[in-house]
Design a protein around this ligand. Structure first.
Ligand SMILES: *Cc1c(COP(=O)(O)O)cnc(C)c1O
Length: 232
């Protein structure tokens, strides 16, 4: 029995998803300034545990990701941008990433759509929602979701895949449940109009079990895989 952090996280995701009627939530491994070598080790461990399945890996910064993605070319990793994206980095992001989870405004939709090479598969896009209405946080308001979704769906170089949220890290987990439940309701409403938008990305190392119980289909996990963050 493999017992490393990756094996434990995968097993725990499967246990909490738990029912035969619902596929296990997908793991997005999150690097947070991990070196390419560490990511390569994780990819090798993944290949042993989940032969043939694609490893999804999340990066916060376009600049930092670009050298790692180049170094890991051919590794079969699917790259997700999960950090805030400035419009002036959209060209680079559209070329480097397979997914952008942080789309939160019409200007960015337009910039990514025109930057994505039409000969490549469409860029997978999640709409980031500021579900707690926190001041100064990225993400659109819940009310903005339908119009942003329509704008994305109208772009042939983009594929609308669902929603993403980073709820307020309230110390009382019960309070986080409200945010997860609100996201699930938003996601259900979105899917009524866009059935292919089947991804709900929410939950991190501390609260992924709760997020999955409330309907997450993708959990973004760093600390539980790599240990506590190193000082930059
Ligand atoms: C860092 C980060 C994560 C992972 O957080 P952990 O608590 O380390 O699991 C998930 N999502 C986003 C957007 C992040 O920036």
């Amino acid at each position: 029995m493999p017992t490393g952090p990756l094996a434990r996280v995968l097993e725990s995701i499967e246990n909490v998803t738990g029912t035969a009627t619902r596929p296990a939530a997908r793991l997005l491994a999150v690097g947070k300034s991990r070196e390419a070598g560490e990511i390569a080790s994780l990819a090798a461990e993944w290949a042993g545990l989940r032969p043939g399945a694609t490893l999804a890996f999340g990066e916060n910064y376009v600049q930092e990701a670009s050298s790692k993605i180049a170094a890991l070319e051919g590794s079969g990793i699917e790259w997700h941008l999960i950090g805030h994206l400035q419009s002036n980095k959209a060209v680079q992001a559209a070329a480097l990433f397979d997914w952008v989870q942080s789309v939160d405004r019409p200007k960015l939709v337009a910039a990514l759509a025109s930057a994505r090479n039409p000969d490549h598969p469409p860029l997978n896009v999640l709409i980031q929602v500021n579900v707690d209405g926190e001041a100064g946080k990225h993400g659109c308001t819940p009310d903005d979701v339908p119009s942003l979704a329509a704008a994305i769906a109208a772009e042939p170089t983009l594929a609308l895949r669902g929603l993403m949220a980073i709820p307020e890290p309230h110390p009382d987990l019960a309070r986080r449940r409200d945010a997860f439940a609100a996201m699930r309701a938003l996601h259900d409403a979105l899917r009524a109009d866009h059935p292919d938008a089947d991804v709900l990305s929410m939950g991190m190392s501390e609260d992924y079990a709760l997020a999955i119980a409330e309907g997450a289909t993708m959990v973004r996990i760093g600390t539980a895989l790599f240990g506590p963050r190193q000082a930059a």
